[in-house]
Design a protein around this ligand. Structure first.
Ligand SMILES: C[S@@+](CC[C@H](N)C(=O)[O-])C[C@H]1O[C@@H](n2cnc3c(N)ncnc32)[C@H](O)[C@@H]1O
Length: 298
């Protein structure tokens, strides 16, 4: 595994994290799976990977998510990165969802950590996890089976999912947007708006752009090719440009942010979509809401 040696993670954190990671167990797990055969169950052979995705070594892993080792090492590392507690943070975001969505699409679902929590929170819902990496989908499906949860996993591009217009009540994206160039993030949000029913909700959990802008070193922890562009952008503005109304971002534990928006009903002005801009409801855990203005530019 080719790993960049100049990130903060590699220089300072990795030696500590290694102490807690069962490397031998992970290697055994990796070798126990025939990744090509397993991923063939999901693989869409017509997919073409754009350069922004196929050319980068995300997190210092050679070929990034197109390397099955990324799928094996993702969860053991992520649990130490999503502070103060990965499940608490993911659950806090999910707990902001209003109502009872019947169809849920989790974009860039990765190993399915948020997808599984969504299915647990909304057991009656049809939940679909979508990712570009067939190896991440193998891992996500394995986790869903272990948990006894019926979730469909789809190999597709979040920019162009192939689902019909207005077919979901809730679309989510956790830790996805900081991994894509802003122009791609904006396309993903447009695609989410297209695939949501009018009145449907969009939920985004990601790095806190305000904090990242002010704390340069946070953007250098991992090899994250687009995180500085993400930090310089504004998810609220991207959501507004994609046509969402009631857009609202709240800080969560200083380093995360939760953004929500609603697809307006026909004829409704997105700027005045009533009442859906709920406080994120995590005040017990979070720093005060600093919010962002929502100009219609990046
Ligand atoms: C940091 S991981 C986040 C995974 C998961 N959502 C989570 O919260 O842990 C980013 C994921 O987004 C996927 N991804 C990046 N660009 C994508 C795209 N255009 N379409 C679908 N998936 C994409 C990657 O393959 C990767 O699994």
């Amino acid at each position: 595994m080719a790993v960049r040696k100049d990130t903060i993670f590699e220089r300072f954190l990795s030696p500590v994290v290694q102490l807690f990671i069962d490397r031998e167990g992970l290697e055994q797990f990796y070798r126990s799976i025939d990744w090509e055969t397993a991923s063939d169950r999901f693989r869409n052979p017509t997919l073409v990977y754009p350069t922004y995705y196929s050319s980068q070594n995300f997190h210092g892993i050679d070929k990034g998510y197109l390397n099955p080792r990324a799928a094996v090492s993702y969860d053991p590392i992520t649990q130490y990165v999503i502070l103060p507690n990965e499940t608490l943070v993911r659950q806090a975001a999910i707990d902001t969802v209003q109502g009872q969505p019947q169809r849920i699409l989790d974009l860039g679902c990765g190993t399915g950590s948020t997808t599984l929590l969504l299915k647990q929170k909304f057991p009656q819902a049809e939940v679909i996890g979508l990712d570009f990496s067939p190896y991440m989908l193998v891992m996500a499906d394995y986790k869903a089976q272990q948990a006894g949860l019926e979730i469909q996993f789809v190999h597709a591009n979040a920019e162009e999912t192939g689902f019909p217009d207005a077919s979901f009540d809730l679309v989510t994206a956790s830790l996805l947007l900081h991994e894509t160039p802003p122009a791609v993030s904006r396309k993903i949000l447009q695609e989410a708006a297209r695939s949501l029913k009018p009145g449907g909700e969009m939920l985004i959990l990601d790095g806190n752009q305000n904090t990242l802008r002010q704390t340069d070193w946070l953007t250098q922890i991992f090899e994250e090719p687009y995180i500085q562009a993400y930090a310089a952008g504004n998810v609220d503005a991207w959501m507004g440009a994609a046509g969402f109304g009631a857009v609202h971002t709240q800080e969560l534990w200083w380093i995360h942010q939760v953004t929500k928006g609603v697809k307006p009903l026909p004829g409704q002005d997105p700027d005045v979509t009533p009442s859906q801009a709920q406080a994120v409801g995590t005040d017990r855990f979070s720093f005060p809401d600093v919010g962002f203005p929502a100009p219609a530019f990046e």
